[in-house]
Design a protein around this ligand. Sequence first.
Ligand SMILES: Nc1ncnc2c1ncn2[C@@H]1O[C@H](COP(=O)(O)OP(=O)(O)OP(=O)(O)O)[C@@H](O)[C@H]1O
Ligand SMILES: [Mg+2]
Length: 297
Amino acid sequence: MKRYSEIAGDGGSDILGQVIEQRRAQAASLAGVGHLVAIASGKGGVGKSTLTLVLGLALRQRGRRVAILDCDLNGPCQAQLAGLQEVPWHLSEEGLGVPRRADGLGVLSLGGVLAAEQPMPLDSVAQGDAHTWRATREMAMLSQLITATSWGELDLLLVDLPPGSERTLHHLGVLGARTSVVLVTLPSALATGVVSRSLGALRAAGHEPLGYLENMAGYYCRDCGEVRSLFPEAPRSLDLPCLGSIPFDPEWAERGDRGWPPLGEERDPALEAVGHAAEALLASLAHRESPEEEDPR
Ligand SMILES: Nc1ncnc2c1ncn2[C@@H]1O[C@H](COP(=O)(O)OP(=O)(O)OP(=O)(O)O)[C@@H](O)[C@H]1O
Ligand SMILES: [Mg+2]
């Protein structure tokens, strides 16, 4: 077997041509999507996946055609959050159909096809440098999943990213230049410090996020009906527009475990905050000039 260093040029495989073709096919698959919005954070566990789902529900409630793409291939949770774990995926001539909830929210998450204890098989024959190879395989798989899917006409595709600044940049590289970014943080100096660094990394790479969501901004006490403070420190805000501050609601964990019901007329502070965030997101997208997708060459 030859080593990479022994192969002259690209060994006749026209790697550049293949990459260009894949990017064209992916852009064609997403042609009916109005806005791509990535929900990201340098910090893990801050509520990206939960807010992606509830924002999707709030946008559906406002009549928008919305789907969610769960990019966490190793720890997918959107199928469970949406209650779509048992809904089979359908493949037709148009491509892979997006599983849809009764309220119309579409959710593509590998949690719907892999058993709970089954990891994504990203191993490869490469030894030694396997970590580099795994990352490449993960991104290639994501691009192929997007391309193979029949997204149809959507106002918004919300993309739930795994945590980490570097991984956010990798994912944005795959998703393309027209993707808008919303960062998620907590109102603690620790979380905001980490998310500030992700903001710096994004800006250094030429991405200006639309804004940020401050999650767990207070604790909604269902006994007294008030929102009490949760974090002791005065929040250090990010140098970005704040699209919403969402309190911690102790009922959300149970809703997520069972699969979120459709939003009704509830008037609790957490869901009202999510509704305001959905409207702020729509307003912000309406003002954003969508950059053209760069030519893959
Ligand atoms: N506003 C909230 N109210 C109540 N619980 C919340 C809220 N936001 C998040 N949670 C809970 O916090 C936990 C972490 O949330 P989630 O999985 O959405 O975070 P994440 O940022 O997507 O994590 P990861 O970085 O691992 O992807 C979950 O158990 C979720 O139910
Ligand atoms: Mg998550």
